[in-house]
Design a protein around this ligand. Structure first.
Ligand SMILES: C[S@@+](CC[C@H](N)C(=O)[O-])C[C@H]1O[C@@H](n2cnc3c(N)ncnc32)[C@H](O)[C@@H]1O
Length: 321
């Protein structure tokens, strides 16, 4: 039996308001049956008098697009009546969590969403909004991603981990959380990343002398960009080496966000040795070996004794398998 929020009126009701403008808004927002208008107002996607807030609409479009990727995962994981648990890291105002709950969890009547966020006022606002809307199976925790991984009151397992533009290394912490909680899926849209760029800067002079490829990060702006790029490549290899199948696509058009790389990782249990090797090689090539002990720590058996010098074909073959 589908549950409905206390204050939300469905899209159909919004349509029944019968003003052509309201119908137009419903069409522009691509509202789905049962979707809470009260939620969209609370998230400032609609103004109090039901008009569209263009800035927030951009955010909604992003979240809807992400939902298209997450919904099939939720349906698959919840197919046998399993109560799906989802952790949304760096939740901010919890747009993503609220939309996921409204569009999927609400009607399921089971499952739970945890929003993890370090900014207390945002957590308090989300707690209040969830209470107002009667979204009972949402929890908002005022703590860092890393703290949530260690918190003993958190469930031992999570099915899905999301992190939408979680700042800097919070995406890495979300991956660590997913691995610890044996997540079946991780959906990540990384934000700017500074850690690798800082390491690259430190070894720049040496690298410029050693390899012409270091030209790729000689200028500061390139150091920053390649730092982000390398980080995401390392994250993908790390996930593959940890038993996940990874796809990388674009979230939405560049006009909406400069950071729109979408990484979807599904657990298969096949820990790709070639990916682990390539990860080690790449870290060595960029002078980032220290990260092998912190961010990208692999179980010993995942690392081949002579990782360097393995043919690229090994990675391609294993990826194709
Ligand atoms: C750019 S906002 C994105 C918010 C939201 N996911 C969205 O897309 O609308 C990043 C959020 O992550 C939070 N954050 C940054 N580092 C964090 C950490 N280590 N643990 C938890 N939250 C963090 C920030 O406070 C901020 O609200």
């Amino acid at each position: 039996m589908a549950k409905h929020d206390k204050k939300g009126q469905g899209a159909a009701n919004a349509g029944q308001a019968a003003k052509p403008a309201a119908q137009d808004i419903a069409a522009q927002l691509e509202l789905k049956p049962g979707q809470s208008i009260a939620l969209l107002k609370a998230l400032h996607i609609l103004t109090r008098d039901g008009k569209l807030n263009q800035d927030s609409r951009r955010k909604l479009k992003q979240v809807y697009h992400l939902y298209q990727f997450i919904e099939p995962i939720l349906k698959e994981l919840g197919a046998d009546g399993h109560a799906v648990t989802l952790a949304d890291h760096g939740a901010g105002k919890s747009y993503l969590g609220f939309i996921l709950y409204d569009l999927y969890f609400k009607a399921q009547g089971l499952g739970r969403i945890y929003g993890i966020e370090t900014r207390a006022p945002l957590v308090e606002a989300s707690q209040k909004l969830a209470a107002d809307l009667g979204f009972e199976r949402m929890e908002f925790l005022n703590m860092s991603v890393a703290e949530s991984t260690q918190a003993d009151f958190m469930p031992e397992r999570f099915d899905v981990v999301t992190a939408l533009h979680a700042c800097d290394t919070a995406t890495d912490d979300a991956i660590a959380f997913g691995l610890e909680k044996k997540a079946k899926a991780m959906v990540l849209v990384p934000c700017c990343q500074a850690e690798v760029a800082a390491c690259l800067r430190q070894t720049k002079a040496l690298s410029l002398a050693r390899t012409p490829l270091a030209e790729l990060w000689r200028h500061p702006i390139h150091t920053r960009e390649i730092g982000s790029q390398v980080t995401n490549v390392l994250r993908c290899l790390y996930l593959e080496a940890s038993g996940y199948q990874v796809t990388v696509t674009e979230l939405v058009g560049w006009e909406h966000s400069m950071k729109n790389e979408l990484i979807v990782a599904r657990y298969t249990g096949h820990k790709k040795r070639a990916a682990a090797d390539r990860l080690q090689q790449l870290l060595a090539e960029f002078g980032l070996e220290a990260l092998a002990q912190s961010r990208f720590k692999l179980p010993q058996h995942a690392v081949a004794p002579a990782a360097l010098g393995e043919p690229a074909a090994a990675v391609a073959a294993e990826n194709a398998a």
